[in-house]
Design a protein around this ligand. Structure first.
Ligand code: UD1
Length: 342
């Protein structure tokens, strides 16, 4: 019997890549998404990659009645991977209630229904933003979490605290929170990848859209940081490496290897690259010269954020394998495929 797992936000960027990895490992995957930031055609594309079309339900998980019937129909699931969330940092600053309402209510409904149906294993999709402005680099899981610089980021921090509180009293809940650094790139098949609505907020899709002529110019936010070239440093990791970590973390949960019923892991390569490093890699791997200029720092950005990923390597046997060049080239190939209708 295949183990069933529920993936919320399963048609989104990271959710779809994770669905592929779980299907390839022989899991029976059920995706749920409200399709507010993804397309239903992702299901056919997952089928083209894996040979299996996952079960799918279009549900707004802030609606607890619908969430209840969904969980009732899938009470045989062995766990949940919770990606469903709004994620536009800038929008969250302008509309905090929308972000707290959506991201926190989804989590509460998922937790309540897991508890009611006796589903114990949860992977939560968190972010390095929970470290705020870090005192120590590279960041280990021992770094203190701090007030993130946006309401979006704070939904991740509060969500982790809610899960941790619940694991202290719940008889059954067994959770792992995965703190992603900066996921970029796309699946090798070029059937799935990041497809932001409107003007991208994040660096990589802005670069690929500029190269494709959709945006006139990339603005580099700040060149006066205390970093080797003055531009901000991040820990970029390939989304396929990231997706694989979810399978390993889930296997740790179901085989009861966790040392406590709430564990956190950094997921990054451990190497920091500046905005200029990313641009240089993109120009080298694609042969395209990118139109860019310098602008002032973006509010809420921290100068440097990169991980020490050793805990994930030791406990999950996970290591990011793909390089920055792999990531920038794959992002570009995906952008072209996306524009050509996959
Ligand atoms: C942000 C969020 C993070 C979230 C991630 C993915 C914060 C502090 N960070 O990461 O929680 O998980 O997005 O949604 O809330 N840059 C430019 N020009 C651009 C765009 C970006 O120079 O047009 C620079 C930024 O200043 C930054 C780097 O590129 O230094 C990466 O930016 P971005 O891709 O937006 O990710 P983060 O802000 O690191």
């Amino acid at each position: 019997m295949k183990q069933k797992i529920i993936i919320t936000g399963g048609t989104g960027y990271i959710g779809s890549h994770t669905a592929v990895e779980f299907i390839m490992k022989g899991f029976n995957v059920v995706l749920v998404d409200d399709l507010s930031n993804s397309e239903v055609s992702v299901l056919d594309r997952i089928q083209e990659i894996t040979g299996t079309k996952p079960l799918f339900e279009q549900i707004d998980l802030t609606d607890n009645n619908r969430t209840k019937s969904f969980f009732n129909a899938h009470k045989d699931a062995s766990g949940v991977i919770n990606f469903a969330a709004l994620k536009a940092v800038g929008e969250s600053v302008k509309k905090p209630i929308k972000y707290y309402h959506n991201n926190i209510n989804i989590l509460l409904n998922v937790l309540e229904n897991m508890e009611n149906q006796g589903i114990s294993n949860l992977i939560f999709s968190s972010s390095a933003t929970v470290y705020g402005l870090p005192d120590v680099l590279p960041i280990t899981e021992e770094n203190q979490t701090k007030r993130p610089t946006s309401p979006y980021g704070n939904t991740k921090k509060v969500a982790e605290e809610i899960i941790e509180d619940l694991t202290k009293v719940s008889e059954s809940l067994n959770a792992i929170s995965l703190r992603y650094f900066n996921p970029i790139g796309a699946h090798d098949s070029l059937k799935i990848g990041e497809a932001p609505n409107g003007i991208p907020n994040n660096l990589m899709p802005f670069i690929t859209q500029t190269a494709a002529g959709i945006r006139r110019e990339l603005k580099i936010f700040g060149n006066d940081y205390d970093t080797p070239d003055g531009t901000a440093v991040r820990d970029y990791l390939h989304v396929v490496d990231l997706a694989k970590a979810h399978v390993l973390a889930f296997e740790r949960l179901i085989s009861n290897q966790s040392k406590s019923n709430f564990e956190v892991y950094n997921l990054g390569t451990g190497t920091g690259y500046s905005v200029l490093d990313v641009i240089n890699s993109f120009e080298k791997t694609t042969g395209i010269s990118l139109n860019y200029s310098y602008d002032k720092r973006r509010d809420g950005d921290v100068p440097q954020l990169y991980s020490n990923p050793n805990k994930a390597q030791t406990n999950l046997n996970w290591k990011a394998l793909l390089t920055l060049d792999d990531m920038t080239l794959s992002s570009w190939k995906w952008e072209q495929n996306l524009r050509n209708g996959y």
